[in-house]
Design a protein around this ligand. Structure first.
Ligand SMILES: Nc1ncnc2c(CN3C[C@H](CCSCCOCCO)[C@@H](O)C3)c[nH]c12
Length: 228
């Protein structure tokens, strides 16, 4: 089984590369892909760089060029739901694009023709995540993620996304991974540890907690691999 593990920023995959220790590096399309094996699994790891376009390119490459049969995303996110706090690990049930907007033509936010507002993650990967969380006594939250090409650091925008999409967290890549994996019929799931509250202090909080929250998410992914 070939599993892709994707992040957006180098800090999100560094804990993984450190854990696996040795890996091959393949340069492609102005990026680098790292391959290794772990307990009989073939792994291909990459960070896409920030934003939906970069994430779409990397997710497609991981599947079409490297042959990934499942894709796990590991990273950090801003909390929209007040019950989510820095360090909490969230598994996405579904993802949406909060900045996709053709409402001028009567469509809902996040919708374009032949698409859907939400793309659901793979139910069996989610079930496995909960099994692992229970076995390892890790508290795993579940929720909707709203993706957009903006770092959200403003209470008004935060509330709008929270209310418009009933979303629990926001980031900049997950919904791209969802659309690509859905189209290419590759089971996927998105795991994010909270780094900030997507409010006026988000920048400072993100800077302070990026590394520790990225580690939280990566550690959960590694625990998942033992059960895949
Ligand atoms: N509130 C928030 N709004 C949107 N996304 C997030 C995320 C998730 N990731 C982190 C990174 C943030 C943007 S760039 C970071 C600074 O770059 C440093 C280099 O100058 C991007 O890949 C999305 C955490 N909190 C968020």
């Amino acid at each position: 089984m070939k599993i892709a593990i994707m992040g957006a920023m180098v800090e999100e995959i560094t804990p993984l590369l450190d854990f696996f220790g040795s890996y091959e590096t393949i340069a492609f399309a102005k990026n680098r892909y790292y391959t290794t094996t772990y307990k009989g699994l073939e792994l291909v790891i990459a960070y896409s760089k920030i934003g939906k376009v970069n994430a779409s390119l990397t997710a497609t490459t991981l599947i079409e060029k490297f042959g990934a049969e499942q894709l796990l995303f590991s990273g950090v996110a801003g909390a929209l739901n007040p019950n989510l706090h820095v360090g909490d690990v969230l598994v996405a049930t579904a993802l949406t694009q909060h900045d996709l907007d053709i409402t001028a033509f009567g469509h809902p936010h996040g919708y374009v023709p032949e698409g859907s507002v939400y793309v659901e993650t793979d139910a069996s990967l989610r079930a496995l995540a909960h099994k692992v969380a229970h076995a390892q006594n890790i508290s795993l939250q579940e929720g909707i993620i709203a993706t957009g090409d903006q770092f959200i650091c403003d209470g008004t925008k935060k509330e709008w996304i929270y209310k418009t999409f009933n979303a629990d967290a926001t980031e900049m890549e997950g919904a791209s991974v969802a659309v690509v994996c859905d189209a290419l019929k590759i089971p996927f799931c998105v795991f994010r540890a909270i780094s900030d509250a997507a409010d006026m202090d988000a920048g400072f909080s993100f800077d302070e907690f990026l590394v520790s929250s990225a580690k939280e998410s990566a550690q959960f992914i590694i625990a998942m691999l033992d059960e895949l």
